[in-house]
Every structure is written in C-alpha cells, then in structure tokens.
Design a protein around this ligand. Structure first.
Ligand code: ZN
Length: 491
C-alpha cells in the first residue's frame, strides 16, 4: 500500500490581463515530482519527510506550480486535470491522498479548480479513503472543497514560511486517520469579508492574534487543524470570501463552535486590516532624505504573487526622474524590450519604450535611455523560506538595463519578487542598493525585513490594488465588506 502525493498550485486573479497556460505550471509526473520536492521546504517536502519517518512509501502523482495570473485556459485546464486523474488512477492500492494546492485557482469555465480536482480524486478513490489537502492562507474555501476533502490545513504564516510544517501536519493527520486514531471532522464558516493583504502580517497585529488562537487550539489538542483564510480577493467569482476551517477528532460540535468563535473574532477585527499607502513621490523623497539603505518600496498593486503582470511603470517612471544618490533596483516584465536589448547585447546603449503593455488600463509605457549591463537565461533559485526554496525557476531571457542609477531587471516572463536572490542572481545585491522596488504586498518581508532600512507600501493603480472599491467586481456575492461598509454579520 502506498500514499499518493500531489501538488498543483496557482493563485488566480480574474482582473489580470494575462491568461495562464499549461506550460506556466512546468508540470512533472511520477518520480520526477518526488525528485523536485525531496528534501525541500515545501508542502510536498513535508509530506515526504513524515511518510518516510513512518516507513510509508509515497506514490508521487504530479508537481506543478505557476506564477499568478488570470484563469488557466480551458483546454490546458482539462489536460492538467486529466493528467492528474489518470496518474492517480494508475497507482495500485492507494491508501488515500495528500494534496497540496493554493485554494484560489480558477480556469476558463471553472471558478473552483481545487473543488474540481478533489471531485476527480474522489471519483478515483471513492468516498471513503482519506484526502488531506494543504492550502495557501489566501485560499478561497468553497462548499465543494469542504465536502470532498477529509481534512483541510492552511498556512499559519504570512509571509508564508511554514509550507513544510503544514505539509507535515497534513501527513500526520492522514497517517493517524489510516491507523484509526483520528476521525477528522470539519466545520467551517464563510465570511462576507475581504481584507487588505498589506496588513496581514502574522508576526503582529490582528492576524497575529487570530492565528495565536488557532495555534492554541492545536497545541492543546482541542483541534487537529485550525485554518484561517483571508481570501485572495481579486477574483470576481460568486463564492468569494474569507473563511475559517476547523478539523477535530470526531467532535463536530466542538469543530463548529471553534469555527464560529474564530470567524466572529475575524469579523470583529476587520477594520484593523485597513492599510494606508504612501504616494510614490513621497516614498522616494523620504528614502533620499535617509542615510544609507536599502529602502524598500513595495508596489503591491503590481504584485506578481497576486496575479498582476509585473509590468507597471507606476514606480519606475518616478524613479527614473528622482535625484538618486545611490543605485536603485526594480523588476519589470516586458518580452518585447528583452528581445530588443538581448539582440543589442551587453554594452549597447539605446532608447526604448518599456512596461505598461499588458495592463494598459492602469499603466503606460515609459521611454528609457540606458545601457545593457547583462543578458541572462533568466534561471535563478529562491533561497529564503517561502516559495519553492532550492527549486530553480526560469523567467525566460532577462536583461539588466541601467539608466543613470536605476537598474531595471527586465524579464521575458513573470516571477516572484519576494526573494532578494532574484536581484542578487543578476549581479544586483539589494544590500548595496539605495532603493529596491518589490512587487508584493507582504510576502517580501521574510527576505527584506532583515536588510531593509525602511519599508514603504506605495500607492499605484493596478489589478491587485488595495483599493477594493475601485475594482470592477460584478459576480461576487453581495453584500460583502468593505464593498458594503455597513454590513453586519453574526458567525
Ligand atoms: Zn498567499
């Protein structure tokens, strides 16, 4: 008997101008999935560590991860889901399933990819085998997920640094279930609530207090897993909203009571998540007034980890005009500019337009004169705890272009910008920069707080804007806070 394990992860943003393709997931199947995650600090790495210690053998199904963007196109979604199901069906005598997903993945014609994958898994495994699923803290929990999973475990940290531990937790729940020591019972609450990502740090503030409650219930054994999900809010789908999920050992009344209490606590602290953003020009002025660096400007509205295309010029245009006293680094996605600059080659000086080509509503291209400093194949390996540490990623052909003091790392394709290693791998050490621009609302803090002199979350328009009222929501079920500010709610 073997325990199938699988991961398929992407966070969607239905406002993004960029669709997702099969290739964006870089999927591998069978033993290659195990190779990718063995010994890594990922959920799959956590599954493997626990199974191995228990003398169980894992049956790897797939490993697939994509940068955030809009829905996965229909044909590619069907291909990926079919491949998952056929590889699962090929495992002889499966004992259950350990499944690692994001929880906010959408495809063309499917608002709930996780629910769909769970149903496909149930169709193969039947109603009785345990399926334990791990999810990102920003998952959008749906009724289909709760009905088809045996237990759900979400991250407890943001910046997300506990993927390995959540994988371990899920694997232990599965093993105890197989041994007959646990009968997972889930209760949940869906809240008509979305909150800003910028102020969800689990190290302090309202999120810290909520997760301390969750940890306490787990530590005392009152619950097997307590998860709080402040949803990734940039999805215009009907069943969108925050959630709380509690798993107990066979005690449905206790699970329900804990879910109710935490959901109410979450609702009651909702106003504390509101965030004040700094205008770009003011952030740059304050940075230049300061001794040393780096000063980090977080452009959350163009977060490549929240579904934005990474091509906003909202900060770049002001950075180019600023009287910089030291080098500044910024990341930009622009395949056209990369093609032109890579052809010109290192050392070439030129003027070209860049950025603002995907999100033409919120951003416009800027003309930049500068010199090509480096051309690379865009391969780099994240180092800090968080997204896929130790697993090489590729953002396509990439160029470092310098214009005065501004170093623009331009890539063919999007990538996570939360890890200083992104710039370091291209000869730009953030420690020696006056200003570093990251495209992330909060995840960057794990890698940047230890080195940043000061952090400003800046105010630019974009498809992952903190200004929810400005987003074109049509399908989301109303009322929902803060789109409907006077809403009252009892869990
Ligand atoms: Zn997240």
């Amino acid at each position: 008997m073997r325990v199938p394990i699988a991961s398929m992860m992407q966070e969607s943003n239905t406002f993004s101008p960029v669709m997702t393709r099969y290739e964006d997931f870089n999927p591998v199947f069978g033993p290659a999935a195990l190779e990718r995650h063995q010994g890594r600090l990922t959920e799959m790495g956590g599954f493997l560590a626990v199974l191995e210690a228990a003398g169980k053998s894992a049956a790897p199904i797939c490993a697939a991860w994509s940068i955030t963007a809009n829905r996965l196109v229909r044909r590619d979604f069907e291909r990926l889901a079919d491949e998952f199901a056929s590889h699962l069906a090929a495992i002889p005598d499966p004992e259950g399933l350990l499944l690692s997903m994001h929880g906010a993945q959408t495809a063309e014609g499917e608002d709930d990819v996780e629910g769909h994958i769970l149903k496909r898994a149930r169709a193969v495994l039947g109603p009785d085998l345990p399926i334990v699923m791990t999810l990102d803290l920003h998952a959008n929990i749906t009724r289909t997920m709760v009905e088809n999973a045996t237990a759900i475990c979400g991250y407890h940290t943001y910046p997300h640094v506990d993927m390995f531990e959540i994988g371990q937790k899920a694997a232990r729940i599965l093993l105890r279930t197989l041994e007959g020591k646990s009968r997972p019972t889930m209760a949940w609450r869906k809240l008509p609530l979305i909150v800003n990502a910028e102020n969800q740090q689990t190290a302090h503030g309202p999120a810290q207090r909520l997760f301390a409650h969750a940890e306490e219930l787990e530590r005392t054994g009152a619950a097997e897993a307590v998860s709080i999900f402040p949803v990734q809010p940039w999805m215009d789908i009907e069943e969108m909203g925050s959630a709380v999920v509690v798993v107990t050992n066979g005690d449905s009344a206790a699970a329900d009571e804990h879910a109710r209490t935490i959901a109410q606590q979450f609702w009651d602290t909702r106003r504390e998540f509101e965030v004040e953003l700094t205008p770009v020009k003011e952030a740059i002025r304050l940075a230049l007034e300061m001794e040393g660096g780096p000063v980090v400007l977080a452009e959350s509205s163009d977060s490549t980890g929240s579904g934005s295309p990474g091509d906003s010029t909202g900060v770049l245009k002001d950075l180019l005009k600023a009287p910089l006293t030291g080098p500044a680094a910024i990341f930009l996605v622009d395949p056209d500019a990369v093609r032109i600059l890579a052809a010109a080659g290192p050392g070439a000086t030129t003027t070209l337009s860049m950025g603002g080509k995907y999100d033409t509503v919120n951003s416009a291209p800027v003309f930049v004169t500068g010199r090509v400093r480096m051309v690379s194949d865009g391969r780099w390996t994240p180092r800090v705890r968080g997204y896929n540490p130790g697993i090489e990623t590729c953002m396509g052909t990439s160029v470092v272009f310098e214009s005065g003091m501004v170093r623009i790392l331009i890539a063919e394709r999007s990538t996570m910008t939360v890890d200083p290693e992104l710039f370091r791998s291209h000869g730009l050490d953030p420690c020696y920069m006056k200003i570093v621009v990251v495209k992330s609302p909060n995840g960057f803090r794990a890698g940047y707080e230890p080195i940043a002199k000061r952090i400003f979350v800046v105010d630019t328009p974009g498809v992952s804007s903190a200004n929810f009222a400005a987003m074109p929501f049509h399908r989301v079920k109303r009322p929902i806070y803060p789109l409907d500010r006077d809403l009252s709610y009892r869990a």
